[in-house]
Design a protein around this ligand. Structure first.
Ligand code: OGA
Ligand code: MN
Length: 208
């Protein structure tokens, strides 16, 4: 994204997060970037880097594909060059949110997610792993030509009602992690995304 467009997008996202607490950016990345990321994702899948996603944290972790049906691959090892500019844009967004909202975000953890046809993720609140506090959730969709009949909508429960987001390629959604329960409706075909969390470290003092 050219710097001016990136700055405008950061400003819109920050204003929406400060207001309603959730934000949508329909063309955060270009259709070409979407295709490049899908290729990068498929290469990691072919290399065996994906695993069934779990629910619960630490020793309470279990796999319940009927509750949470995606397979994921954490973006913490170097992969395709196509991933770098997108991860850099997301890092820049985190710095921008810190400047504008003073959220004290310290890290961004991201993973690819793929839901096969028939899979969903029931209504939930994003939980934080031990030692960190997830502050802002983001999801970047990688589905070219997604239609209404394909399902797989993200539904965010807000005090004003449900916000329904189609997982169209290039769309970025962001919301304050602790404030909104949300679900992924059953996808009728393969549904791809990058999901991430901007987090703060939890110190003994702030946890007390
Ligand atoms: C999650 C999640 C939403 C989506 O992975 O925790 O809620 O639209 N994902 O993929
Ligand atoms: Mn979630």
């Amino acid at each position: 994204m050219p710097p001016a467009a990136a700055q405008a997008s950061t400003e819109r996202l920050a204003a929406a997060l400060a207001g309603s607490g959730y934000a949508l950016e329909p063309a955060f990345i270009s259709p070409g970037d979407v295709l490049a990321l899908v290729d990068a994702m498929r290469a990691r899948d072919a290399a065996g880097e994906f695993r069934q996603a779990g629910i619960g944290v630490g020793t309470a972790r279990t796999e319940r594909p009927d509750v949470r049906g995606d397979r994921i691959c954490w973006l913490d090892s170097p992969g395709s060059l196509a991933e770098q500019p997108v991860l850099e844009s997301l890092d820049a967004l985190g710095r921008g949110l810190n400047r504008k909202l003073m959220l004290g975000l310290q890290s961004l953890d991201t993973h690819y997610a793929t839901y096969a046809a028939g899979r969903r993720y029931v209504r939930h609140l994003d939980r934080s792993p031990r030692g960190i506090e997830r502050v802002v959730t983001i999801v970047l969709y990688l589905n070219a030509d997604w239609g209404a009949e394909d399902g797989g909508e993200l539904v965010i429960s807000t005090p004003a009602g449900e916000v329904v987001v189609a997982p169209r390629g290039g769309t970025l959604v962001a919301f304050m992690s602790a404030r909104f329960e949300h679900e992924v409706r059953v996808a009728r075909r393969e549904r791809l995304s990058i999901t991430g969390w901007y987090s703060r470290r939890v110190t003994a003092e702030s946890a007390a």
